[in-house]
Ligand binder design. Structure first.
Ligand SMILES: [Zn+2]
Ligand SMILES: [Zn+2]
Length: 818
């Protein structure tokens, strides 16, 4: 019987920790154990059992949590590969792969007290802390905590309680500071049971009575409630332009009651849609399906890149392929981008696969996620559909993984481990002798390159279903528009005319503007300064309906300025146009039209997204404006015109993927036009009309774009011609950020790493983000082994220099260098 076990723990350290095996129960490799770690108890995964007695004294495992491994051998291997490839601690990789947090999550939360409110108030007045014995750093940390807690707006009748993890990561304070504040009675520490997490709830406002005198704001709330049958989600009321206190007043007066209900990811109640499998396949679809089925029957790894133009019927091919796998008694995983999994899609899937499908979407609670995981692990569900992390679903006998819209950036996780689900899908398929299908109308350069190099089989769906034509694309040069009209236009004369024509014919329109809010910039005409976020080097965006200035990077909000915060001048100007303003402009131009907006401000969940799309589909809307959200793979037949307003602004950004992203976005949104009987048209307004990303989009010339872009990448030694990693060094102290990046920079300079180019240290394009000052290095190498060896050596050196691992972020295959 082995005496010791090595356990991977979810901590930012690249090592496993050795514990003594308890006398009464020996864990198995791949199972979870509860162990003491520093002052805490922590869940980890056993990676090895052995008899090698460590030199230091060690502690014992507290309890063995699983009889059988939660990770089988292939998943353990996959986890190790991810840790190695992305230079992430193995324990953190396992935590990401295993959605069972709910089962052992015991939490602590904090609440601000009246004394805390008072301390915050006093801290805001000068001189009041003169007697304090605390260092300025301690005071600043305490202030951040109080400020953060006080800024949480509670719903009526609810206390302000924030989980410890959230509080600490938002304010960057140690537990010691919080404990000190509890001792001073500024905070209350509370245990929160796991039960609270078990079911997600929504708050509902109920109309109890409308008696008594009401002021204008109060009437607005009551009328909104009455108009929707006396019951609406609280969010809806909070979104109205009414002060928050109005609602609490009405609650106190007993006119409105707020209650909590369990939230359900409702399967769409909209009209049943024809199952996609009942459609006749055209020749290209049939050929693609045959190819896929043959590959699956070989029981060997193979990769297929399914490049199908927008509207060519890729989804039908996926579903038929998955059904074939299910009929053969094996398993399949379908990955979809974040916004792709709406209740309607879930309904379709249930109709086709019945109870054998497990759907993993972001609206699941931890508990529900754990339940789905168990269903998959037990073999009850053999078809898995989900977003990014569904690639880790514990299916047995995996035959097929499909990655829909494989170019979508939501497949990349932007926190440790910074994995790309598409690349994990390929590796998992390789390890399981399975087939991986990457599908897109606009494949990523990397995947297309791999297909060209015969690493994947390229299968094309060159035509839309029922031989519908691709939309005609007309480019409007906005520089010329400016010269001819004498002022800056948001909507060109041509686009306005085309919209009107569609309305006259009872057809529908989509307009894309990939920037949310009302105005993206506030500028003082006296001192020339802009209004920036407190925590980031980013201009605040004006959100008119919410009466707020908002940072789109950290969520910081500020009041709308009446005068310049720097010099007091009243000449502050709100510049530029976001989707909120565009919606208002279109309302003004077409007062009769029914206009809706889709962006992160109007879409809080999948239901909102789907509600608007359904309204469009049912002909209850004439026009939808929105950000890139409207470009994602939906299929609405009445839309015959797509207008693109300033979607090419990304072309001006210092990012080698800007052209690729623009081409993908323009092509995807253009693909929303003319999916029904009537051919579609696209009006593409641009300031970069000669740019190849714009020109190739207009001609639907995918191959042309890829050839040109690949040549550029090859000259510049960018992916796919070399492996790339971004190393970001951050600290909330400028001196420290400079010193650390200098230390690492010197090491790169003085150490030989043949075949690896190192650029930097340079100021990151976003110099300050979420209170951190940021410097970065970009590493490129034709050899991934050499690149990773260099990165690993750098991390070792940084650890020896006592630079915390959490402040040196290594992003392998980074999508963003910002
Ligand atoms: Zn000013
Ligand atoms: Zn910010």
């Amino acid at each position: 019987m082995p005496e010791f076990c090595d356990v991977a723990l979810p901590v930012p350290l690249d090592m496993a920790f050795t514990y003594r095996v308890p006398a009464d129960a020996t864990p198995v490799v791949g199972a979870r154990v509860l162990v003491p770690f520093r002052q805490q108890r922590m869940t980890g995964v056993v990676v090895e059992l052995h008899d090698r007695k460590p030199a230091v004294t060690i502690k014992s495992v507290l309890s063995v949590l699983d009889v059988a491994p939660v990770f089988d051998d292939p998943l353990l291997r996959l986890g190790r590969w991810i840790a190695d490839y992305y230079l992430a601690p193995l324990g953190e990789v396992f935590r990401t792969m295993l959605p069972l947090n709910a089962e052992f999550k015991r939490g602590t939360a904090y609440r601000i007290t009246a004394e805390g409110q008072m301390a915050l108030h006093l801290a805001g007045m000068s001189g009041s802390s003169a007697r304090s014995q605390r260092t300025p750093e301690e005071q600043a940390a305490e202030f951040r905590v109080l400020d953060y807690l006080a800024a949480q707006e509670p719903a009526p009748g609810e206390t302000i309680q924030v989980r410890e993890e959230t509080l600490r990561s938002s304010t960057r304070v140690s537990k010691v500071v919080l404990t000190g504040m509890v001792r001073k009675k500024w905070l209350v520490r509370e245990d929160i049971s796991a039960v609270r997490d078990a079911t997600r709830t929504v708050k509902i406002a109920l109309l109890k009575s409308a008696a008594g005198k009401l002021n204008e704001n109060q009437r607005k709330l009551i009328e909104t409630l009455a108009a929707s049958g006396g019951q609406v989600p609280l969010d809806t009321l909070q979104a109205l332009e009414v002060p928050r206190t109005t609602l609490s007043t009405l609650v106190k007066r007993g006119l409105i009651e707020v209650m909590e209900e369990p939230a359900v990811f409702t399967i769409s109640s909209s009209k049943p849609r024809p199952s996609r499998l009942e459609l006749d396949f055209n020749l290209a679809q049939q050929a693609a399906l045959n190819r896929l089925r043959e590959a699956v029957e070989m029981r060997k790894f193979s990769g297929i890149l399914l490049h199908g133009v927008t509207g060519s019927g890729k989804t039908a091919v996926y579903l038929a392929g998955m059904r074939a796998v299910l009929e053969a008694g094996r398993s399949a995983i379908l990955l979809v981008p974040e916004i792709g999994l709406t209740p309607a899609v879930a309904a379709d899937l249930h109709q086709i696969f019945g109870d054998e499908v497990a759907i993993l979407h972001s609206a699941l609670s931890d508990k529900e996620r754990a339940q789905q995981w168990r269903r998959i692990k037990s073999g009850e569900a053999r078809i898995v559909v989900g977003t990014r992390s569904a690639v880790f679903a514990p299916v047995a006998d995996l035959a097929l993984i499909i990655v829909d819209e494989e170019h979508d950036s939501s497949y990349k996780q932007e926190e440790t481990p910074r994995y790309h689900a598409r690349d994990i899908a390929v590796m998992r398929a390789k390890m399981a002798d399975a087939v991986v299908v990457l599908g897109s109308a606009t494949p990523s350069l990397e995947s297309y390159f791999n297909a060209k190099k015969n690493k994947y089989v390229l299968v094309e769906l060159p035509d839309r279903v029922e031989q519908r034509p691709l939309p005609e694309v007309e480019i409007i040069d906005m520089r010329q528009e400016f010269q001819e009209t004498g002022h800056e236009q948001v909507i060109s004369r041509k686009l306005a005319a085309e919209i009107k024509e569609r309305f006259d014919r009872n057809e529908q329109v989509m307009v894309l503007l990939n920037r949310r809010g009302y105005s993206p910039l506030v500028l003082c005409r006296t001192c020339g300064k802009t209004l920036e976020c407190q925590n980031c080097a980013i201009a605040l965006t004006h959100h008119k309906r919410e009466h707020k200035m908002v940072c789109h990077y950290c969520g910081y909000t500020a009041p709308v300025p009446k005068a310049c915060v720097h010099c007091g001048s009243e000449y502050v100007y709100f510049l530029g146009t976001g989707s909120e303003k565009l919606e208002e402009l279109l309302h003004g131009m077409f007062p009769q039209a029914r206009v809706a907006r889709l962006d992160r401000d109007t879409v809080r969940g999948h239901e909102d997204f789907e509600r608007t799309l359904n309204a469009l589909s049912d002909g209850e809307l004439d026009l939808v404006v929105g950000t890139q959200m409207i470009a994602k793979g939906h299929d609405i037949h009445g839309v015959t015109l797509v207008g693109v307003v300033g979607a090419d602004s990304a072309l001006g950004m210092p990012d080698f993927r800007a052209a690729e992203r623009t081409f993908q976005l323009l092509t995807q949104v253009a693909g929303r036009a003319g999916r029904g009987q009537i051919p579609g048209k696209v009006i593409l307004q641009t300031y970069f009309q000669d740019h190849y990303a714009v020109q190739y989009t207009a001609h639907h010339d995918f191959a042309g774009f890829y050839e040109k872009e690949l040549r550029f990448r090859s000259w510049m030694h960018y992916p796919p011609y070399s492996a790339l990693a971004n190393v970001l060094v951050r600290s909330n102290q400028l001196d420290q950020a400079l010193q650390w990046s200098g230390t690492i920079g010197k090491w790169f300079e003085q150490t030989r790493h043949e075949g690896v180019r190192v650029l930097g240290p340079a100021t990151a394009p976003i110099m300050r983000l979420k209170r951190d000052y940021r410097y970065h290095f970009v590493l490129k190498s034709p050899s991934r082994e050499k690149l990773n060896a260099t990165l690993r050596a750098m991390l070792d050196y940084a650890a020896r220099q006592k630079i915390p691992r959490t402040q040196v972020i290594v992003d392998v295959d980074a999508l963003w260098l910002m």
